[in-house]
Design a protein around this ligand. Structure first.
Ligand SMILES: [Fe+2]
Length: 249
């Protein structure tokens, strides 16, 4: 069973993301890919579509196989190990089945932050604690639909919100298109690792959907994204975004 080491925690705190390889075994990867096929059979991309195609499935009272998958593969346990002592993670409320169908040569011009357009129904920006991306296909080579990320921007975005107040997050007109604030970004990196890895990315980390330079004969990229909130995050979101490491160990 994979575990989060102190070095991994430090990497996450400094870089704003962490790739944990070897979380899923081959049987679990195969199960996940069958689940993706089943979802896409019901909500398929348009004929001839290339590029990103995502389907969101909300978990109801009756549960969902992809919520069971999150627990049984150990992703739940790993995510909890990122949090500070005494703080638990809530169950995810939905899953995003995210695919990138080649060819998709489009390289992102800049990053975004999730959850602002639209907000939650009560107007609260849809902040969360950490994104967990479960990789069902190989991500060892770049330009295969890998997520693009701008390391350390979680800290600079947090500083931006500490200076202006957390509600600056709702003033999209003050941010560059993305939406993302006009802070120093540095150079992006592409998330790399084998199928069965799990990517954890801080909510505030600048990121975007990556290009897939394969041909239409190549494998599409398949990821399951779970957006995770620490217990009490909705009440505490202003503190959490203005002090971006406060929820983490
Ligand atoms: Fe995003």
């Amino acid at each position: 069973m994979a575990a989060i080491s102190d070095d991994m925690r430090l990497t996450f705190r400094r870089q704003g993301y962490l790739v944990v390889p070897g979380v899923l075994d081959q049987r679990q990867i195969a199960f996940g890919r069958r689940a993706v096929r089943a979802v896409l059979a019901k909500w398929p991309p348009a004929d001839g579509h290339s590029g990103p195609h995502s389907v969101f499935r909300r978990f109801g009272e009756e549960g969902h196989p992809l919520l069971d998958f999150y627990r049984e593969t150990g992703v739940e346990a790993l995510a909890g190990q990122l949090l500070r002592r005494g703080l638990g993670m809530q169950d995810p409320e939905h899953v995003q089945v995210a695919t990138t169908i080649p060819p998709w040569p489009h390289r992102p011009g800049g990053p975004h932050v999730d959850g602002l357009t639209p907000t939650e129904p009560d107007g609260r920006p849809g902040t969360f604690t950490v994104l967990a991306g479960v990789w069902l296909t190989d991500h060892t080579a770049p330009d295969r639909g890998n997520l693009w990320m701008w390391p350390r921007t979680h800290l600079r975005f947090g500083q931006y919100l500490a200076e202006r107040g957390a509600d600056a997050l709702t003033r999209i007109d003050e941010m560059a298109p993305g939406p993302y604030p006009r802070i120093e970004l540095g150079d992006p990196v592409q998330a790399l690792g084998p199928a069965g890895s799990v990517l954890f990315a801080h909510y505030l980390l600048a990121h975007n959907i990556g290009n897939h330079t394969g041909s239409s004969a190549d494998e599409r990229r398949e990821t399951l994204y779970y957006r995770l909130l620490a217990e009490g995050h909705r009440k505490r979101w202003r503190e959490a975004v203005a002090d971006p490491l406060a929820e983490f160990s």
